[in-house]
Design a protein around this ligand. Sequence first.
Ligand code: SF4
Length: 370
Amino acid sequence: MKYIDEYRDERIARVLAKEIADHTTKPWVLMEICGGQTHTIMRYGLDELLPSNVELVHGPGCPVCVTPLEAIDKAIELASHPDVILVSYGDMLRVPGSHSDLSRAKATGADVRIVYSPTEAVRIACAHPDHKVVFLAIGFETTAPANAMAVWQARREGLTNFSMLVSHVLVPPAIRALLASPENRVQGFIAPGHVCTVMGYTEYETLVRDFDMPIVVGGFEPVDLLEAILMLVKQLERGAAQVENQYVRSVSYQGNRPAQQIMKEVFEIADQKWRGIGLIPQSGLRLRAEFAAYDADKVFDLALITADEPAECISAQVLRGLKKPTDCPAFAMRCTPENPLGAPMVSAEGACAAYYQYRRHMVAAGPGGR
Ligand code: SF4
């Protein structure tokens, strides 16, 4: 299959791994931001192909994992209203809130429905004028344009029973917060190719300048990631700090301008809480004042909710690349995909779920799985 098979070619992957080893003379710590990239690394054992002095750590780029507990708790509260239909992507249903999750709310009678796009939520609102339909709008810059379109569509159709519970996050402010932390160990980033397909990579140039550290936009197949790692290692070894684009078949410098435009018209940048990490200034999106009628936080009188993670979940360190899932004492014991304690064990993009699927044999080797 064009653009898939050649990027999964084992022979090319081994050539790239050898080239990485040949270029590496010092230890380097690299972070892939996106959970989809983490799953490719684990699934194909790419970390095991690398020389021992190139360490990969996993970043906060799983949208389900970083959606704050408070947003889940609000969604559960909204779903409990008898006249509300709560609409969500499927992987949000099993994400634990502070006391329950949406799938349990559904099992006890709440009207919770799964959709594959926000426009389906608009269609549900059209079909049920006697109900208030709330869409749980989460994700990075990749999902924001479609969510913005849904709000436009609801306004064009004159819907008064559709709103969104918005919890959108942005990648560049998260990278800035990670790099500014005194605990940071990361020396180079693989930026998420799907986010950059929408946003381009102009925003990463300031980060590279401010922190004197390379960023390579990477794709999602094994050869993409090995090539991106090679580009980072080459820059690091020669002391360079630039933004480079490995994922040229999808990403352009400026990105998708019409998608950026609709995002800008509907959303504005705001401070945002990230699950496990805390508040990151100017790292999220909220609906603009002119779309307040579609903002569930304003439409409903929601109680001020604050919530804490279970004490034994170390997802805060996992999401910042400070610990690996196998360092968590609960990993594969009290925390499994069937009974998750934290969001990274639930999502298809979560680092803990990736380790559970591909590396849980390592827990036998002791904490850290080494
Ligand atoms: S294994 Fe479970 S408890 Fe441990 S960090 Fe991951 S989600 Fe949290």
